[in-house]
Design a protein around this ligand. Structure first.
Ligand SMILES: [Zn+2]
Length: 674
């Protein structure tokens, strides 16, 4: 039998043939693809001809096609439809892959060719795209330790292999803790909860073959439970389980893993000649230095903390009025915030939800992309990696642009959170290829025959991930290395967070927020309240986020802490963290920072991007509205199509005419001084 991962795919749009791939195909295909890639690399390194852009840099860019064919479908499955078998494969693959790429970076003949091209770059007659690719390839080799020799090179290899193992273990521990905990609810517990939450709890119980409804640690269940359950003891129990993930003391405890990761990162930065890991990480970012990050975060921290404490004082009065005892606890915040929201803005999530149908919100995201960029979406039936996946062909003026996949519902086999990934990224050279982009969410799956309904937060997540998808789909660069979202970490959230603003454009909700039963548009009064509530509880949201970002930064800007939990406490104490708010992601659950090193000393970047998204949306408003065609064209030309082919600050300045400051952000969050 032929292994579908090793043969040519005669599939529509080149989608991996998920209906033909079985788990047993991955391990042999990976071995074969790794061996083939090794030969390709050796051919480049040992080429008898003098190094040229084509025979070295372009050849490198062209290599590894077989590997991508194995890894793209594998990682789609490992993240969104994991099984014990796939987890075992991932544990087996991650050190192999780390070793493979570290061998490439350690190839002295290969690096000598790249270094020679870099030194003679001004004489090579390169165009701007070629020069950028050479710069990025050379820099990535240097940062991977290609210039290290002897014991130092050997140690770097050990560190990278171990870090990969630790990152995988961290993720799997978290998933195991999320999966193993459920809290049984009685009919009496269920009675005061809104319908969507009660049916979500029933569906979760059924999915796990449990005798009755349960709360799980999936964000889409636990957060509304904390928001709506009037039972303080149940809220406490759920909250404590949720915040104890990765710190339970057993086999799935992540705390020792975190300490080891931080220690190894410190050693890695020192080997490469950096003062600490944050300096190393921020070198390639738009922010540039830890000091600039801290400066931005602290400008936001104080106004956010003040707003949160003043909100808390009001909620303490509500708690006391309910006959409950102070102090106000972290598991009280969401419940009383919801009550306060109802009192102040009279938005009843339960009344709002029937207006936010998943299908209509998908249509809304598509319609905005049509009005801004002329994209059209047609649903097509394809064998996806899971039956819940929906496939859409994206075209413009009749020409194929991309394949878009939406995988919206929560399930036990899916990692928590929401994300956008590319099964294939756009490129022109050495092969022209159109993107295949996936948005993965964790919305509560409705009972059979019912329409899926979203919270307003869910709808915002949908727009957010779709903004990332647009960055991939509208990418129009020469080389895959700089395609789509391959930009600096503190720039990558600009397109996604910017796109959230279109959900807040009144005419979008007017058209697409229609009642699931009556089909009527959202009443004007409710619409105004929804939009007016955008800044509600932003003190809390900003505090929980900024605390996480600062802890992440302090973990990496200086010596690695021997006891990360103690360090976390010190940072929070120094900030004056309100006792009723916890970090959005406490250290043992902080997957952004410890599942890999993607967001390590980089969690701040959501806020860095928000500075830009607030400022960028203002550009539309100044120009003539949310759908201003000139600004839309400029956004596509200067940002969405450019990927990482040009430095982020240059792209932003071309779009806006200047760099942004935090004023628009503070205004947008309702935290600006009056
Ligand atoms: Zn994002």
């Amino acid at each position: 039998m032929t292994n579908p991962l090793l043969s040519a795919w005669e599939t529509p749009f080149g989608l991996p043939p998920f209906d033909k791939i079985s788990d047993e195909d991955f391990a042999p295909a990976l071995d074969e693809a790794l061996a083939a890639h090794e030969i390709e690399i050796a051919d480049i390194a040992d080429n008898a001809d003098a190094p040229s852009f084509e025979n070295t840099i372009l050849a490198l860019e062209a290599s590894g096609e077989g590997l991508e064919k194995v890894l793209a479908p594998f990682f789609a499955l490992a993240g969104a439809d994991s099984t014990p078998a796939r987890e075992a494969l991932q544990r087996q693959f991650s050190p192999k892959l780390a070793a493979h790429f570290s061998d490439i970076h350690a190839n002295r003949d290969l690096f000598a060719r790249i270094a020679m091209l870099w030194e003679t770059r001004d004489e090579l007659g390169l165009d701007a795209d070629q020069a950028r690719l050479l710069y990025l390839v050379h820099r990535s080799f240097l940062r991977a330790g290609a210039a290290l020799t002897g014991d130092k090179a050997k140690r770097m290899k050990e560190i990278m292999g171990r870090l990969a193992e630790l990152g995988t273990a961290f993720t799997q521990n978290l998933l195991a803790d999320e999966r193993s905990w459920t809290m049984q609810l009685s009919e009496a517990d269920l009675a005061p909860l809104p319908g969507f939450l009660a049916s979500g709890a029933r569906a979760a119980g059924e999915e796990r073959d449990l005798p009755g409804p349960v709360v799980t640690l999936s964000r889409s269940l636990i957060v509304p439970f904390l928001q709506f359950s009037p039972d303080r003891a149940l809220r406490q129990k759920a909250f404590e389980a949720w915040t104890a993930r990765g710190a339970g003391g057993g086999e799935t405890d992540n705390r020792a893993i975190v300490a080891e990761i931080l220690k190894l990162r410190e050693e890695r930065a020192a080997l490469l000649g950096y003062g600490n890991f944050a300096e190393f990480k921020l070198e390639t970012e738009m922010a540039g230095t830890p000091a600039r990050v801290r400066d931005l975060l602290m400008q936001v921290w104080e106004p956010a903390r003040a707003a949160a404490l003043s909100d808390q004082a009001e909620m303490e009065a509500m708690l006391t009025a309910d006959g409950e005892a102070l102090p106000f606890q972290p598991w009280d915040w969401r419940y009383y915030a919801e009550k306060r929201r109802k009192a102040l803005h009279d938005i009843d999530e339960t009344a709002l939800k029937p207006y936010l149908q998943l299908d209509r919100m998908i249509e809304a995201a598509f319609d905005c992309a049509n009005r801004l960029f002329g994209l059209e979406f047609a649903e097509v039936s394809l064998p996806g990696y899971h039956p819940d996946c929906r496939h859409f062909e994206v075209t413009r003026n009749g020409e194929h642009v991309a394949l878009f996949i939406g995988d919206y519902f929560a399930r036990a086999s899916k990692r928590s959170g929401a994300w956008c990934s590319a099964i294939r990224s756009q490129a022109k050279l050495p092969r022209a290829q159109a993107p295949i982009v996936v948005n993965v969410c964790n919305f509560t799956k409705p009972a059979k025959g019912e329409a899926a309904l979203l919270s307003y937060d869910d709808a915002r997540t949908l727009f957010h991930e779709f903004g990332h998808a647009l960055h991939q789909m509208l990418s129009d660069v020469t080389y895959e290395r700089v395609s789509g979202t391959s930009v600096s970490r503190d720039f990558v959230e600009l397109p996604s967070q910017l796109y959230e603003h279109w959900l807040e454009v009144p005419e979008v909700l007017q058209s697409f927020a229609t009642h699931v039963e009556t089909g009527e548009a959202m009443p004007q009064e409710m619409l105004e309240k929804v939009l007016g509530a955008a800044t509600f509880d932003m003190g809390f949201a900003t505090v929980e986020y900024t605390a996480s970002a600062l802890v992440d930064l302090e973990f990496h800007d200086g010596a690695a802490p021997a006891d990360p939990m103690q360090k976390q406490q010190e940072v929070l104490d120094a900030l004056g963290m309100p006792r009723a708010i916890v970090m959005r992601h406490a250290t043992p659950q902080f997957a952004h920072v410890f599942s890999g090193d993607g967001y390590s000393s980089g969690y701040y970047s959501y806020m860095w991007s928000e500075v830009m998204d607030a400022d960028a949306f203002e550009a539309f408003e100044e120009a003539g509205g949310a759908f201003d065609p000139v600004m839309a064209k400029s956004l596509e030309e200067n940002i969405l199509s450019k990927g990482g082919s040009v430095e982020a600050d240059a792209l932003y300045t071309r779009f806006r005419g200047r760099m942004p400051g935090p004023e628009a952000l503070l205004k947008g969050r309702g935290l600006a001084a009056e």
